[in-house]
Design a protein around this ligand. Structure first.
Ligand code: 7TS
Length: 447
């Protein structure tokens, strides 16, 4: 039997007995110890009266352990000053820790050099940087940019804007009804005119794990550059940019236990070097005259102005925390929770899960019910203390393709438990029963 995740949860939730009753379908040897929840103070609270918070909105943003919060506090209480400017003690301390964080990021994603790591404010900022700097310099009318039907708007709109500016053409790798890429279409979609393939490594709605390595291999053979939107993969699965074949790769700190306002753009040195500076201002220059400037070396060339100093240092602490637990173990934990959620949610009559089966997906489950609307489902779950996201999840074209206006999404991270999956499934079943059209009986369970 799965151990009670924390004593408070079981004691303060009268219905937790029900939640605990059906955990036989889970292999607890594959889960992380629930005691690590003690590192996350925010998870200890009750919401809407006596409901323990069940936080299943991690694909939107995760929570932070004390170890990360403590580093933020230490930096501001002890070490903070602007970086790469002062010769004084605090500036030197700040600069040293900021650059140490860059080195941690480099090692975490297997980049060759730390000058290939550009600190941004998040995935969106990183992708826009590439679209503006690399895109404006390299894309012209008639060129083609290839994305997929399942992209988050952050990896779609910047390319739409680039095609508007340049007269280039945007094409999409289609998906199957199961939410997987139709790789066979790649051969005809990749042409001599394809200059860029921009693809999410994991879909934020379907959980689909895309075959990025294979896509990159074929894109490179066609002479195209590959950008990976890794917002939903770097926090959850071991990543090696060189093995993946990524020329650019973007992700966000707040989705991996770090603060908001910090993200990373990895770019191959050769590409970053050849790109014009994007934002202009302090720090990104080598020399300035009244009428011109020369850009700084990498990565400063792309870090104009005062960067997110404390958030970058705290991102380093988040990486330390993830490394301590081990990304393989985190991945296995999420996979087991996701597999279990998949199984439990499918017990709910009429519930449709979007995307591929659990063995081919990352740790999130989006679903719809015939009734009520996903927003109502999310609100009713919230009343029970369960935080999920509802809507189009910034993937409107994907929802159009699936023929639905919206979906409800539960997304897991290292601190979630099987009991929380049970809480979700029990509440969704209750909601389904409440909204079942009058006179309709529950369909018999399959034998
Ligand atoms: N790419 C993907 C695949 C994402 O899931 C997100 C955020 C982004 C890019 C943008 O990241 P940001 O940190 O720059 O905002 N996804 C979500 C989500 O699914 N719900 O809220 C934000």
């Amino acid at each position: 039997m799965w151990p009670i995740p924390n004593a408070k949860f079981a004691m303060t939730n009268p219905s937790s007995v029900i939640f605990m009753s059906s955990v036989a379908g889970i292999d607890s040897s594959k889960l992380l110890p629930a005691s690590l929840r003690e590192d996350f103070p925010i998870l200890e609270q009750l919401v809407h009266g006596d409901h323990p918070l069940v936080f299943l909105d991690n694909a939107a943003s995760t929570q932070r352990p004390r170890q990360v919060i403590d580093v933020l506090r230490r930096v501001y209480e002890h070490d903070y000053a602007n970086v790469h400017r002062g010769i004084h003690t605090l500036s030197e301390r700040s600069t040293e820790q900021y650059e140490a964080a860059r080195e941690k990021v480099r090692a975490f994603i297997g980049a060759e050099k730390s000058l290939e790591i550009v600190f941004t404010s998040g995935s969106t900022a990183g992708i826009n940087l590439v679209a503006r700097s690399w895109g404006d310099a390299n894309i012209k009318a008639g060129d083609e940019i290839l994305v997929t039907t399942m992209e988050h708007h952050s990896n779609l709109v910047p390319w739409q804007q680039l095609t508007e500016r340049s007269g280039a053409i945007l094409k999409h790798i289609p998906i199957t009804d199961d939410g997987e890429l139709v790789l066979d279409a790649l051969d005809s979609l990749l042409t001599k005119r394809t200059k860029l393939v921009a693809v999410a490594s994991v879909s934020n709605v379907l959980g689909t794990i895309n075959p990025v390595r294979e896509i990159a291999r074929r894109a490179h053979a066609a002479g195209a550059v590959v950008l990976v939107d890794a917002a939903q993969s770097v926090p959850h699965v071991p990543t090696n940019v060189r093995e993946l074949g990524a020329d650019f790769l973007a992700f966000s700190g707040h989705k991996m236990l770090g603060p908001t306002g910090i993200g990373v753009l990895y770019g191959r040195e050769e590409l970053l070097d050849a790109m014009p500076a994007f934002l202009g201002g302090g720090s990104m220059i080598n020399r300035v005259w009244p009428d011109r400037f020369t850009p700084a070396e990498l990565p400063a060339k792309f870090e104009a102005g005062t960067p997110p100093i404390a958030p970058a240092i705290a991102l380093g602490a988040a990486i330390d925390y993830l490394n301590l637990i081990g990304l393989e173990k985190i991945q296995q934990h999420e996979h087991e929770l996701c597999r279990y959620a998949y199984e439990r949610l499918l017990e709910v009559d009429g519930l449709r899960i979007l995307g591929p089966p659990p063995d081919r997906r990352a740790g999130l489950v989006s679903f719809t019910l015939p009734e009520p609307h996903p927003h109502d489902i999310a609100q009713l779950l919230d009343e029970e203390g369960i935080a999920v996201r509802a809507g189009h999840h910034c993937a409107w074209p994907l929802h159009d393709r699936l023929g639905i206006p919206a979906s409800t999404r539960a997304s897991f991270y290292l601190y979630n438990t099987a009991a929380e999956v049970d809480a979700l499934a029990e509440c969704v079943a209750k909601i389904r029963d409440r909204f079942r059209p009058r006179g309709r009986k529950r369909a018999p369970k399959p034998a």
